[in-house]
Design a protein. Structure first.
Lengths: 222, 245, 232
């Protein structure tokens, strides 16, 4: 190979990696939170009796699923500019990722809701609960329990997708890695470190979600 | 609470399930419904607490009409009418106590301390005082059904609808459930409508037995008369098939 | 607020720009097609190899496949594209063109995901099926060809189409290193006309027109495949 590895420059700049990691996490977590809220709303809309709600949510899902995140990011970036809304690149990425996640999570959560047996819902109504109460106490809990693995997967996807933030100048992990290698020409070392951090991060998220699953949904593991 | 059904017609799509059904249940009466599968007995129960809509006719629970009523009226009715399902329908994500106190806290807006106490008492009454924190998946069928009964009872209903509550259980487990119902029938002034195949139980506990077939009432009467000396041919046929002398 | 200015900001794109973008759309299709073609072959082989008992029990061999599959699936595609373009030349001493970097990254990416889909499909066909074939005297290859593969393909196809759709969309990432496909063309036209939004709207529409029929088709295929299984 004839290449000598010099990791010293990497160690010297470890703070950059840590900062980048923090930003990546922030984007991914905020994006997931927003996405989950939008996902629940969308899932309710998809199965709603109201035709307009159905059309809006179906269009939302199809628009997100059939266009690249990159395109969506630039649409938000220039679109918000067009509307004269002043937004930082960081929040622009969060919005783009959040709305994107919402599209995929809508379908995931919808599958979860459809998995809740009708008899459970009947039991809730028979106790005198209103529609909203039945949804809140009898439906959404079990629905999320059923699809939690898919939700975890979406979280990992968010971490990887957050890398697009670097394109509009947000200093996430990928930005720092690319930036560092441009300055030091230590391409391989920087990238190896970045790759390792992402892989460790993905595995850590999966572990975290598994523990969360056991805590939140105790009844699934008795 | 008195229950009245007047000329009730219900369709599932094209299937005419309840045909001009007329029925009156007096307050505090314990009535058992028997009949072949598909004759509409369970459907009738679901219409009484408006889980299923009817296409024509009237249903009255006490002084309140259930047909064509605003959902707020129906919710009030459901607080007074308890139902126990054949498949228990417990909420898998709540413990036994959680299942029982949920409606108290959410529908009756009861104080959590009070709700918990009432819940514990209800579970003790059905013999499950030691299973408060168990999840439904950890309980046997008979235990789950008893939790379902406690869940319905804890609301202090004036009417109790029981839909074949032992049909989904292994025979050894039905006993414990029927015991609970028998206790109930004795100690409270509650109106009970029980759809079942448990004839010996009906003989002991029912004030009146109603035989339904094809969406209509065929014959009714006190157990001694209906079971021993049925008047209609259809009743005789049905009974001969299910009774083992 | 000048209405005509607002409308122009939303819709201004000149004919040369549209032609350029449409040509770039063809490049996207070609790029995706190549990545799907090459990547699926790699993925099928790797996925198949990963079902071997020898590989599964041997930590070293399994680790080799894991380095490929888990690394590709556990890091952002964007980072991989950059690695192909900036790190590979340093490693090999050969200058990587934008073209090579783009295709390479997408092929490996497609391959890793396809390998997992193939593996899942093959492993879903239980031992008993293979035993049935072997006990009839079939060789390993015959069992695979007549018994395992036809059943596995049913399970593999829906996720496979999903992965292909993903590659068509993810091909947009190679625009960041200068590869001229649909997304890059939107950037270029926008910079030229000074109205950045309309080219991106057009790009979104073109991607949608490409992807939507495919995803609809996939849903139909899924329904058909499920019907067949129930009938059996």
């Amino acid at each position: 190979m004839g290449y000598v590895f010099h990791f010293r420059t990497i160690w010297a700049n470890w703070q950059l990696f840590v900062h980048g990691l923090m930003v990546t996490l922030e984007i991914a977590i905020l994006g997931m939170a927003a996405g989950t809220v939008l996902g629940i709303i969308g899932a309710v809309g998809r199965n709603s009796k109201n035709k307009i709600a159905r059309i809006i949510s179906t269009s939302y899902v199809e628009a997100i699923r059939n266009t690249p995140l990159l395109v969506q990011l630039f649409l938000w970036y220039f679109g918000l500019g067009f509307l004269r809304i002043d937004i930082s690149p960081f929040w622009c990425v969060v919005v783009a990722l959040g709305v994107n996640n919402g599209g995929y999570l809508t379908e995931i959560i919808r599958a979860g809701i459809e998995a809740v047996k009708e008899e459970q819902i009947k039991a809730g109504f028979s106790l005198g609960m209103s529609k909203l109460q039945v949804f809140r106490y009898c439906v959404i809990g079990p629905a999320l329990g059923v699809v939690f693995p898919a939700v975890s997967n979406q979280f990992v996807i968010s971490i990887l997708a957050s890398a697009l933030a670097m394109i509009i100048g947000v200093r996430d992990l990928t930005y720092e890695a690319v930036n560092l290698q441009a300055h030091t020409f230590r391409s391989i070392e920087t990238y190896i470190v970045a790759v390792i951090i992402y892989i460790v991060l993905s595995k850590a998220i999966i572990q975290f979600m598994t523990i969360l699953d056991k805590r939140l949904f105790k009844y699934k593991h008795v | 609470m008195k229950i009245v059904l007047k000329k009730v017609n219900k369709f599932y799509g094209k299937l005419h399930v309840l045909k001009n059904l007329d029925l009156t249940i007096e307050s505090g009466e314990k009535v058992v419904f028997i009949g072949p599968s598909g004759c509409g007995k369970s459907t009738m129960l679901f219409c009484i607490n408006a889980l299923e809509p009817i296409q024509s006719g009237e249903i009255w629970v006490g002084d309140t009409p259930v047909h064509n009523s605003h959902h707020k009226v129906i919710r009030k009715v459901r607080q007074k009418v308890g139902i126990v399902f054949q498949q228990f329908n417990l909420f898998p994500h709540y413990t036994a106590l959680g299942n029982v106190e949920l409606a108290l806290k959410v529908v009756l807006k009861m104080d959590p301390e009070q709700a918990r106490e009432k819940g514990i008492n209800a579970l003790k009454r059905v013999g499950l005082g030691d299973k408060l924190d168990s999840y439904p998946s950890q309980l046997s069928g008979g235990q789950q059904q008893r939790v379902a009964i406690a869940r319905a009872l804890v609301m202090d209903p004036e009417v109790l609808l029981l839909d074949e509550i032992t049909s989904a259980l292994d025979p050894e487990l039905s006993g414990e459930v029927l015991e609970v119902v028998e206790q109930l029938a004795k100690e409270r002034g509650i109106t009970i409508l029980f759809v079942t195949h448990e004839i010996p139980f009906a003989r002991r506990v029912a004030d009146r037995i109603i035989f339904m077939d094809n969406g209509k009432v065929v014959e009714e009467g006190p157990p001694e008369i209906l079971l021993n000396n049925p008047r209609k041919e259809r009743t005789k046929k049905f009974l001969s098939k299910i009774l083992h002398y | 607020m000048d209405i005509s200015y607002i409308v122009r900001e939303l819709t201004y794109i000149d004919l040369p720009g549209i032609k350029f973008m449409l040509k770039a759309a063809l490049v996207t299709l070609g790029l995706s097609g190549a990545a799907i073609g090459i990547g699926s072959c790699i993925g099928a082989v790797v996925g198949w190899v990963r079902t071997f008992k020898i590989v599964k029990s041997n930590l070293f061999l399994w680790g080799l496949t894991a380095i490929y599959v888990d690394v590709i699936r556990g890091t952002p595609l964007l980072l991989q594209v950059y690695m192909w373009y900036y790190a590979l030349p340093v490693l090999t001493g050969v200058e990587t063109s934008v073209f090579l970097a783009g295709i390479g990254a997408l092929c490996l990416y497609q391959g890793a995901y396809v390998s997992e889909a193939v593996r899942a499909g093959l492993e879903a066909i239980g031992k008993t099926q293979r035993w049935a074939g072997r006990s009839l005297g079939m060789s390993y290859w015959q069992t695979m060809r007549y018994i395992v593969f036809p059943q596995a393909i049913r399970i593999i196809i829906p996720p496979f189409i999903g992965i292909c759709l993903g590659v068509i969309k993810d091909s947009s990432l190679v625009s960041t290193i200068g590869f001229i496909e649909l997304a890059r063309s939107a950037m270029i036209v926008g910079r030229r006309t000074l109205y950045p939004l309309p080219p991106w709207l057009l790009a979104a529409a073109i991607y949608f027109v490409i992807c939507f029929p495919i995803s609809r088709l996939s849903q139909k295929i899924e329904k058909k495949l499920r019907k067949g299984q129930k009938g059996e």
